[in-house]
Design a binder for this molecule. Structure first.
Ligand SMILES: Cc1ncc(COP(=O)(O)O)c(C=O)c1O
Length: 406
């Protein structure tokens, strides 16, 4: 491992079940470097006060920390204006905001919402609920055998009835990168609004909302080195301006009378109640850290580890891999071991210090489409090493023996 990463992420030097930790569950959440931990402590130790509300210096300092984070995110994803950046608690809340504010207001009976079968439940369940409420139809783009989005489905289902296209940029199960730029252009031709779930892309590849021409982009800080509890919704200003608030109460108002309320301008209109300023401080530090590493280096490491893991797993005849032959893929390897439940696999790996995910990965329709109930998933980040992958493979090789299947 790069020495600096070991120094910066002390948790990676800890043990799990008496073994050195090989943390391979980065798709669920990433570890946090020291500068992020320090920034949170620094905020609570030196700047803590309710932002936006106080006229005193400490409150203004807190407001500055919060608004600096917004400016940092604006540049990071190349939004046009900081007004287009709404802080939420996570990608799930961001996607719910769009569904319940934009979707409920703009959809009509007979309209269609188009998503992919590879969506995380966070970009699926809100659309089911909104579709039902409005009498709209929820359509799916399915996958080809190699795991890519079916072009035939895109052509057939992206029609003038489609008012919303909501699509993940990278699948959290298969790691496949969808060409959302091309999809967005096609959707805009027929007047649909494009929502991109960037939960698995923003931490791993450069994302430029103007280049993609996304109308909305949702992501979570905790999957990109930040603390849990801070997320982002980007939206084009014109669209956000026309949307009603999602949550209401303190901070998001302009004026309240006994019966009426007028709402604050963007972005406050969508940020009701006391916000997570410590989380925003952590997000700023996380972006600084990521930019220090650089997306080229992140891609280099993740590609190396993914290719290595896939080639080693392919040597094991009892391992089935999912979506591993597509070239447009980032650091996620999803597999099953014949005759062994993924929870048993993960438990056996855990005893050897290897942390992976097992289950349906909040993507049950995709599991059904793949013909499985659940899978194992190893997901990498730039601080992982070939040694971590070797430990994964060595542990996988023990599973069938432990289960007395050999
Ligand atoms: C593709 C994708 N979308 C949405 C989410 C939801 O993220 P969060 O739980 O941080 O809201 C996840 C989390 O795993 C994800 O991988």
């Amino acid at each position: 491992m790069n020495k600096n990463f070991l120094n910066d992420f002390p948790i990676l030097r800890t043990q799990m079940n008496g073994q050195p930790l090989a943390y391979l569950d980065n798709g669920a959440t990433t570890q946090k470097p020291e500068n992020v931990v320090r920034s949170i402590c620094g905020y609570y130790g030196g700047c803590n006060a309710n932002p936006h509300r106080g006229v005193y210096e400490l409150s203004q300092k807190s407001t500055k920390v919060y608004e600096d984070a917004r400016r940092k995110v604006t540049k990071f994803i190349n939004a046009k204006s900081a007004r287009e950046i709404i802080f939420t608690k996570n990608a799930t809340e961001s996607l719910n905001l769009v569904a319940f504010s934009y979707g409920l207001t703009n959809l009509q009976a007979g309209d269609e919402i188009l998503i992919t079968i590879a969506e995380h439940h966070s970009n699926l369940v809100p659309w089911q609920i909104v579709a039902r409420a409005k009498g709209a139809k929820l359509n799916y783009i399915y996958l080809t055998a190699d795991g890519n989005l079916s072009e035939a489905d895109i052509s057939a289902k992206l029609t003038r009835r489609t008012k919303i296209l909501a699509v993940t940029q990278i699948s959290n199960v298969l790691g496949l990168i969808n060409d959302v730029k091309t999809l967005a252009a096609k959707a805009h031709e027929i007047g649909a609004v494009v929502i991109v779930d960037g939960s698995q892309s923003v931490p791993h590849i450069p994302v430029d909302v103007q280049n993609l021409d996304a109308d909305f982009l949702a992501f979570s800080g905790h999957k990109m080195l930040s603390p849990m509890g801070i997320g982002v919704l980007y939206g084009k200003q014109k669209i956000l301006d026309a949307m009603p608030p999602f949550l209401t109460g303190g901070d998001m108002i302009e004026y309240v009378t006994e019966q009426e309320t007028t709402f604050a301008e963007l972005p406050q209109k969508f940020e009701a109640g006391t916000q997570n300023v410590g989380g925003a401080a952590g997000l700023t530090a996380a972006i600084d850290y990521l930019q220090g590493v650089g997306f080229d280096e992140i891609a280099r490491v993740e590609n190396d580890l993914t290719t290595f893991a896939i080639s080693e797993l392919k040597k094991l005849p009892y391992v089935e891999l999912y979506g591993c032959d597509a070239p447009n893929k980032v650091g996620i390897v999803t597999f099953n071991i014949r005759d062994v439940h993924p929870h048993d696999v993960a438990t056996i790996l855990d005893a050897q210090g290897v942390a992976i995910r097992a289950g349906h990965h909040c993507a049950q329709p995709l599991m059904k489409f793949l013909g499985v109930n659940s899978t194992c998933r190893a997901s990498f980040y730039f601080y992982n090493t070939r040694r971590d992958v070797e430990r994964l493979i060595d542990a996988v090789k023990t599973v069938r023996g432990v289960m007395k299947l050999n």
